[in-house]
Ligand binder design. Structure first.
Ligand SMILES: O=C(O)CCC(=O)C(=O)O
Length: 266
């Protein structure tokens, strides 16, 4: 094991998510915030990124457009500094390696900005979106808190152990449908969601098949979370291309294999 304890790995296997306190230190957090703020302030956004406007804020005339951003995607494809400072730094990859093995390909990131008044995310499993384009298990998300993430601010919530069952998702992959893959037949009231509150700088890592959601932000503070997503180098492409992701995946550690994610002919 490179970074996690036996107990932490046991908790990951049992629950499908794992909180890691102080995943970045104060200096790293300041650098990551600066990079992200630089990208979010750009309007029109950087050409490599994709921005999603929060539907509940869309018609507000009293706030600038950039304060209505629900999410900004592919930041690392727009900022080499982010890749070097955080996404591909050894500690991040050591933790990922302990959970999905030594061959790691970096897919992309989504920064959920959740401004005051911003909406929550419906219950879903991430792989319900991903496995249409990339097959295989060994996919995870590292959700890094850029601000304190509390229940009032709409922190993420997980159903412990739910990563063992794959659910059918309604699939709408157009660019306008950030959560277009929600699970149609799931009654969230019947599930036991565990909120995971984080301090800025903490991370919560989640399995691609854990059922999770988040609430709206009913506070006066933003709740920004940078989610970086890693696939095992053994995952493969399907015959469908993703409209959401026009970039190449980035081999991060270990090997890339012919026909598998991160392998490109030219
Ligand atoms: O940060 C949120 O509010 C939602 C996060 C989420 O759904 C995800 O990381 O897959």
């Amino acid at each position: 094991m490179k970074a996690l304890t036996v107990e932490q790995i046991g908790a990951w296997e049992r629950n499908g998510f794992l909180k890691v306190e102080n995943f970045v230190d104060a200096d790293e957090l300041a650098d990551i915030r600066r990079i992200m703020e630089g990208l979010v302030e750009q309007d029109p956004p950087h050409e490599n990124t994709l921005v999603d406007i929060d539907p509940v804020l869309a018609d507000r005339t009293d706030i600038p457009r950039t304060e209505k951003f629900r999410a900004l995607m592919h930041a690392a494809h727009a900022s080499r500094e982010l890749l070097e400072t955080y996404t591909l730094r050894p500690r991040t990859l050591d933790v990922v390696e302990d959970l999905i093995g030594p061959d790691i390909v970096y897919y992309t990131d989504q920064t959920f900005l959740k401004p005051p008044g911003g909406s929550g995310a419906p219950a879903h499993q991430d792989n319900g979106y991903w496995d249409v384009f990339w097959s295989g298990k060994g996919k995870l998300s590292v959700w890094l808190a850029l601000d304190d993430s509390t229940l009032e601010r709409g922190c993420t919530q997980f159903v412990p152990g739910s990563h063992r069952e794959v659910l059918q998702h309604d699939r709408d992959f157009s660019k306008d449908a950030l959560f277009g893959g929600a699970v149609p037949d799931l009654d969230p009231d019947q599930l036991d969601f565990e909120p995971v509150e984080l301090k800025a700088g903490d991370a919560c890592i989640h399995h691609c098949e854990i059922i999770h959601r988040s609430g709206p932000n009913v506070s006066d503070h933003s709740r920004r979370g940078l989610v970086t997503i890693y696939f095992s180098g053994r995952c493969t492409y399907t015959d469908q291309a993703s409209e959401w992701f026009p970039h190449r995946m980035i081999p991060a550690r270990g090997h890339v294999y012919p026909g598998c994610v991160g392998w490109y002919e030219s």
